[in-house]
Structure formats: C-alpha cells, structure tokens
Design a protein around this ligand. Structure first.
Ligand code: HEC
Ligand code: HEC
Ligand code: HEC
Ligand code: HEC
Ligand code: HEC
Length: 196
C-alpha cells in the first residue's frame, strides 16, 4: 500500500541526500598535497616553533609557506625510510624546485588580507582562522570548487564549517570586534576595506 506521505518522505530524503551528500561530491575536486607534511613533528623540533617557517620579514610582510631552502637545513640526505622524504629530496631539493603547495585559505585576487594586521596588531592566534592545521600529523586533502576554482574552505563550507574563511566569516568577526572597541572599520558599507 502506498501512502502519499511515504512517497513524499522518501522523495524528501533522497533530495536531501542528493543536496547534502552527492552534490557536494560532484561540486568539488580533491587533490592531495604534493608531499605529506607532518606539522606536529616539525613544530616541535623547529627551534622557534611556527615562526621558524611562518614569520614576518623586516618590512612586515608575512613569509607564508617556506621554500625548499628552509627544508634543506635539515633534509640534505634521506634519514627516514618514507617515500615522502625521498621525493622531497630527489624531486625538489636536489632540483632546486619549490613545492607547489595548495593553499586552503587562498582568497580571490580581489581580496586584501594582511597577516601582520591580524597576528601582530590584533594578536589573533593562528587557530582562530586556520583551525588545528599546526597540530596535524598529515596534510588534509585540498578540495577545489569546480565552478569557481576556489578552495572549499573559502567557497563552500556553509553547513558544518568550523573555521570558515568566507566573506561572512571575516565580516562577522570585524563586526564583533568593533563592538568590543577595536579599530576595525568595516561593515556592510566598507567594501574597500577588504577589496582592492
Ligand atoms: C629543523 C629541522 C627540519 C626542518 C627545517 C624540516 N624538517 Fe622535515 N623532518 C625533520 C625531522 C627530524 C624528521 C624526522 C621526524 C621523525 O619522524 O622522527 C623530518 C621528517 C620529514 C618528512 C618525513 C616524515 C615521515 O614520517 O616519513 C617529510 C616529508 C618532511 N620532513 C618534510 C619537510 C619539508 C617539506 C620541510 C620544509 C618545509 C621540512 N621537512 C623541514 C626535520 C626538519
Ligand atoms: C618546518 C616548517 C614548518 C613549521 C615549523 C610549521 N609549518 Fe605550517 N606549513 C609548512 C608547510 C611546508 C606548509 C604547506 C603544507 C601544508 O599545508 O600542509 C604549511 C602550511 C600551514 C598552514 C596552511 C595554510 C593554508 O591555508 O594552506 C597553516 C595554517 C600552518 N602551516 C600553520 C602552522 C602553525 C600554527 C605552526 C606552528 C604550530 C606551523 N605551521 C609550523 C611548514 C611549517
Ligand atoms: C584572521 C584570520 C587569520 C589568522 C589569525 C591567520 N591567518 Fe593565515 N591566512 C588567512 C587567510 C585569509 C589566508 C589567505 C591569504 C590570501 O590568499 O591572500 C591565509 C594564508 C596563510 C598561509 C598561506 C600563505 C601563502 O600565501 O602561501 C599560511 C602558511 C598561513 N596563513 C599561516 C598562518 C599562521 C602560521 C598564522 C599564525 C601566526 C596565521 N596564518 C594566522 C587568515 C588568517
Ligand atoms: C577573528 C577575527 C577576525 C577575522 C576572522 C578576520 N579579521 Fe580582519 N581584522 C580583525 C581585527 C581585530 C582587525 C584590526 C587590526 C588592527 O588593529 O590593526 C582587522 C583588520 C583587517 C583589515 C585592515 C587591515 C589594516 O591594514 O588596517 C583588513 C583589510 C582585514 N581585517 C581583512 C580581513 C579579511 C579579508 C578577513 C577574512 C579572510 C578577515 N579580515 C578576517 C579581526 C578579524
Ligand atoms: C571583512 C572583509 C570584507 C568586506 C567588508 C567585504 N568583502 Fe567581499 N569578500 C571578502 C572575502 C574574504 C571574499 C572571498 C570569499 C568569499 O567569496 O566568500 C569576498 C568575495 C566577494 C565577491 C566575490 C569575488 C570573486 O572573485 O568571486 C564579491 C563580488 C564581493 N566580495 C563583494 C563585496 C561587496 C560589494 C562588499 C561591500 C558591500 C564586500 N564584498 C565587502 C571579504 C570582504
């Protein structure tokens, strides 16, 4: 016996399934990082922690992801047996080729973002925006939105996002900070604060 309610419910379930599970899978393409990088180990052994690799130049610019020169300080020859360290040395360090890392938080070219303003002036911890990447033991998969070409971390995670990097996430924090009396001058009116 078919009740219309049952048919409706099944339809709703399959629609939700398509909308929340199948569609996102079709919408994003996944890529592994070229080398699997263990943050937890490296943050512990590097003498200045995160700053050994992600610091600020004297002019205030953020160094971003370190080049192979930094890796070469410690990885001149293979000490472990893992395939990743072998590739690091043979494919990149010996050939003097930088590793083409995918940046999860990469913004569109039209967005202006300064680490100095957030880390040095506002004293925000890296985890506030990036989550626990600094404590991870393996590089997470990079997912790219097939339509926009942007990382899923900035274009997509609306439903279950922990650490979003979307326009709303930026604006929400600015709004909150403004109420707490900081110098942030943003809000719906100030498009050119964040856009070039
Ligand atoms: C301060 C020294 C130091 C620097 C700088 C450094 N590493 Fe390492 N790395 C190590 C040590 C020590 C290990 C072995 C850790 C262990 O498993 O006990 C290691 C292990 C690795 C491994 C192998 C992990 C495994 O389990 O097989 C990879 C891959 C790696 N590093 C990549 C990099 C890359 C990429 C850079 C540059 C961005 C870098 N390292 C910079 C010290 C360093
Ligand atoms: C030995 C060098 C090294 C150290 C020390 C290090 N990192 Fe990294 N970091 C890297 C490399 C290489 C990448 C690119 C690979 C990746 O994303 O896993 C990276 C990527 C990142 C990213 C990803 C940014 C994005 O959006 O793609 C974050 C966040 C980050 N590091 C935070 C930290 C924090 C926090 C610490 C200290 C707890 C730290 N790192 C210590 C080398 C280092
Ligand atoms: C207020 C949010 C915020 C904070 C706090 C923050 N970041 Fe970022 N980070 C971003 C954004 C946004 C980007 C992408 C910037 C872009 O594409 O222009 C980024 C990019 C990066 C990258 C990749 C840089 C590149 O250009 O290749 C690394 C590495 C990184 N952050 C590490 C860190 C570390 C380490 C800290 C703490 C010292 C930190 N971030 C604090 C938001 C933040
Ligand atoms: C967790 C809170 C927080 C988040 C998230 C955040 N910001 Fe901010 N932002 C601040 C604070 C606080 C300041 C003021 C810093 C200061 O006092 O100079 C600021 C300042 C700025 C400024 C002005 C910098 C200057 O030179 O005066 C820009 C531009 C900006 N943020 C862009 C962004 C963008 C783009 C994002 C998202 C990718 C973002 N912010 C996410 C807290 C945040
Ligand atoms: C607090 C920072 C901030 C403010 C203020 C802001 N934006 Fe954005 N905007 C972003 C970030 C970060 C992105 C990229 C992530 C995303 O699309 O959510 C973005 C993306 C966009 C995009 C898509 C860009 C592309 O290349 O795909 C448009 C269009 C846009 N913003 C328009 C505006 C307009 C219009 C205003 C003023 C009403 C404004 N934004 C104010 C941070 C901001």
């Amino acid at each position: 016996m078919r009740s219309p309610i049952l048919v409706f419910t099944l339809g709703l379930i399959s629609l939700s399934f398509f909308g929340w599970i199948v569609f996102p899978e079709l919408l994003y393409s996944s890529r592994s990082q070229p080398i699997d990088f263990n943050h937890r180990i490296h943050a512990r052994i590097a003498d200045q922690g995160c700053e050994s690799c992600h610091g600020f130049r004297p002019d205030g610019r953020f160094t971003g992801i370190p080049g192979i020169e930094t890796c070469r300080h410690c990885h001149r020859e293979v000490v472990k047996t893992g395939a990743d360290e072998k590739r690091l040395i043979h494919d990149y360090i010996e050939k003097k080729v930088n590793i083409p890392w995918h940046v999860y938080a990469r913004q569109p070219d039209s967005v202006f973002f300064s680490h100095a303003a957030h880390v040095q002036s506002a004293k925000l911890a890296c985890e506030t925006c990036h989550g626990e990447i600094g404590q991870s033991t393996t590089s997470k998969v990079y997912e790219e939105n097939r339509l926009t070409g942007y990382s899923r971390d900035i274009w997509g995670r609306t439903l279950f996002a922990a650490n979003g990097m979307r326009m709303d996430d930026c604006a929400d924090c600015h709004q909150k900070m403004k109420h707490e009396g900081t110098s942030v001058q943003t809000g719906k009116e100030g498009c050119f604060v964040c856009h070039k």
